[in-house]
Design a protein around this ligand. Structure first.
Ligand code: Q5B
Length: 610
């Protein structure tokens, strides 16, 4: 059988890992690298309901380990993976372990969960026995074949694994109930022998999937194992099957054993230690009785736990003397590259950042806009204008400025369904597209003719005013260059039908701004252009462009260079983009609400010509 044949693992063993747990999987792969394995010991991950790949490190390289949504899918994708490492919770461990055992490709199932119902475990054990499979656990950390294969978190950190020389095989077979104590013993054994060949923690439940004697008898058939160490614990009768095996002469190699829990006698009442199975029951289940029985059956049993190390050493030294063990030649394992994050944390390395950002920070207790925490924004009753001034201009502007920004946003939020942007949004929404597509198709029309003339208006008005050009000189010089004056002209508005929005903005500025020199200059330009044609009014873009120059210059909050930079980069079209998004979103909802069909432009409205 699998159990009797001895070897469960080799340097080529691959496992399927149930439930995605980054840390134990990475530790298995780090162990593989330490041992110089060619292939990673985790062939696939089963993450119920999810599929794809998980990126993990194999040495310095990143590898993509396939993730499968079911045990069946994983087994058929990785037919050579014969170990199933089950990191399911105690609630689902039994069912998933059973379906793993039923897969023809799976030979060994290790169950990590603690608290699996005993009746379920008994079923697993029965199924495994009749189908020639091995269960390790439940309630175990797993096991390790030194230099070959490691289950999950067995043996702890890489540093501990290196200290215990588990990256290469020694001559000692070790089996214990406790996973925590197995770490301790890996250390002890490494100190006084040539190290572990294989170590298994069978787990602390009353009914372990495989027993101490199962593994001892298995080690007996592994030629590389020259001696065995057993660490039992009080409670249960498991140790007695080992006693039987020893008495029957089935074990041909020296066994050093200790059953811990001798202190239970010091308690007046029954004590339960950490494990479900570790409770002092009847006399036969006491550590003393079991140690005595093992001793009588021929195991080397020290007088105390402290003396265990000495007993292991003596047994090993004797085997060396007898020539039965030739201690292995030492190898130096390759260093495992440290993770960048931990190296940075410990101050060992520094790494350049890839992005620089100055306007907001989401790392602290609460997000900040330009250093102002959210709670302040809410408590002080800030508005959208304040948020814009923090995120765009990186400063808190005075109330009259933020209110001006808000007025711009409100006045430009929409201008009916017939403007270019709204039209595009409506057509897109009627083509069945989603909100974002409908919105951006409208936004994409914003530019030099429609809505996106604010920055250019600010640029040209500022340049002309600062250079002292008269409106006549300015407009005529633009005409010579063949450039339309940005901020001037409208499709609908006329000299005798002014844009109300422009009037409202002008009124607000007259009342609140310390100076409106740029706007007044724009009005003089308008007076001149209106003398040429009735539609060449100062439009909403021109009004905002010129008034924002007044805001920037008059507020005392910006240096000359900052104003130049704002105008050069072009912040101000952002006001129209932001504002009109409100309207375009509204138009999208409107069309959807009205269940409007696909728009097709009528033939009659097109001039077909050659
Ligand atoms: N002419 C806005 O033109 C419009 C001239 C000019 C000198 C000018 C045009 C223009 C500059 C860009 C600008 C923002 C394309 C407009 C907005 C938001 C909106 C929209 C809405 C909303 C309109 C007739 C004659 C021609 C031209 C001359 C025109 N503009 N000369 N400087 N600026 N302006 N855009 O009506 O001799 O016949 O050849 O480009 O500021 O987008 O509500 O719709 O909220 O949604 O198509 O308000 O002015 O006039 O092109 O037929 O020109 O005037 O050279 O002269 P039109 P055109 P000539 S606000």
């Amino acid at each position: 059988s699998t159990m009797a044949s001895g070897q469960l693992f080799s340097r080529n063993t691959q496992a399927l890992f149930y439930n995605y747990k980054q840390l134990p999987i990475q530790r298995m792969l780090d162990f593989d690298f330490l041992c110089g394995r060619d292939t990673p010991s985790v062939a696939g991950i089963i993450n119920p309901g999810a599929e794809g790949f998980q990126k993990l490190f194999f040495g310095q390289e990143e590898i993509a380990i396939p993730v499968h949504s079911s045990i069946e899918a994983a087994c058929s994708a990785h037919p050579t993976a014969d170990v199933f490492i089950n990191f399911a919770s105690f609630r689902s461990a039994a069912a998933s372990s059973m379906s793993a055992l039923k897969q023809p490709t799976i030979k060994v199932v290790a169950i990590i969960a603690e608290g699996v119902p005993e009746s379920d475990t008994k079923q697993l054990i029965a199924y495994a026995q009749t189908n020639n499979k091995v269960v390790i656990g439940p309630a175990t950390v797993g096991g390790i074949q030194a230099g070959a294969f490691k289950i999950g978190d067995t043996a702890g950190t890489i540093d501990n694994i290196i200290q215990c020389k588990l990256y290469r095989p020694g001559s000692v077979g070790f089996v214990s109930k406790s996973g925590g104590m197995s770490n301790e013993l890996y250390n002890t054994i490494a100190r006084v022998t040539d190290g572990i060949y294989e170590g298994i923690a069978i787990g602390g439940d009353v009914f372990p999937g495989s027993t101490l004697s199962d593994h001892i008898l298995r080690f007996n058939n592994i030629p590389q194992v020259k001696m065995m160490v057993v660490l039992g614990e009080l409670g249960g009768r498991d140790e007695y099957s080992l006693v039987e095996a020893l008495k029957q002469g089935k074990v041909h190699k020296p066994v050093v054993a200790w059953v811990s829990g001798t202190c239970a006698r010091l308690f007046k009442s029954e004590v339960q230690f950490g494990h479900a199975g570790a409770k002092s029951g009847g006399e036969l289940e006491s550590a003393q009785a079991k140690n005595q029985a093992l001793r009588e059956a021929g195991a080397v049993v020290p007088t105390s736990y402290e003396a265990l190390e000495g007993a292991i050493k003596e047994t090993f030294d004797k085997l060396v003397e007898e020539g039965k063990i030739t201690p292995v030649t030492e190898v130096t394992p390759p260093p495992i590259p440290e993770d960048l994050n931990s190296a940075i944390k410990s101050g060992k390395v520094r790494a350049p950042t890839h992005i620089i950002s100055t306007i907001s920070d989401d790392r602290g207790e609460e997000p900040c806009y330009a250093g102002v925490p959210m709670s302040t924004i809410v408590e002080k009753g800030f508005g959208v204008g304040d948020v814009i001034s923090l995120l765009w201009f990186k400063r808190s502007l005075p109330r009259y400025c933020t209110q001006f920004i808000e007025i711009c946003i409100m006045l430009c939020a929409d201008h009916g369904p017939c403007v270019s942007g709204a039209h595009n949004t409506i057509v897109t929404a009627r083509a069945g597209k989603d909100l974002v597509s409908s919105l951006v198709s409208g936004l994409l029309t914003i530019g030099p003719r429609f809505g996106g003339a604010i920055d250019d208006a600010a640029r040209y008005f500022k340049d002309a005013y600062d250079r002292g050009l008269s409106p006549y000189e300015f407009v005529e010089s633009m005409k010579k260059k063949g450039i339309r004056v940005p901020g001037i002209g409208h499709r609908i508005k006329r000299g005798d039908n002014r844009d109300k929005r422009v009037e409202l903005l002008q009124q607000y500025a007259h009342t609140h701004f310390p100076s409106v020199k740029y706007m007044e200059y724009a009005v003089q330009v308008e007076t001149y252009t209106l003398s040429k044609a009735n539609n060449l009014v100062l439009n909403v873009d021109g009004a905002i462009g010129s008034l924002f120059l007044d805001l920037l210059a008059g507020s005392g909050m910006f240096s000359k260079q900052e104003i130049d930079e704002i105008v050069e980069i072009g912040y101000l079209n952002g006001l129209f983009v932001l504002a009109r998004s409100i309207g375009l979103i509204g138009h999208t909802f409107d069309q959807k609400r009205l269940k409007q069909p696909l728009y097709r432009h009528p033939w009659e409205d097109v001039l077909y010509t050659k």
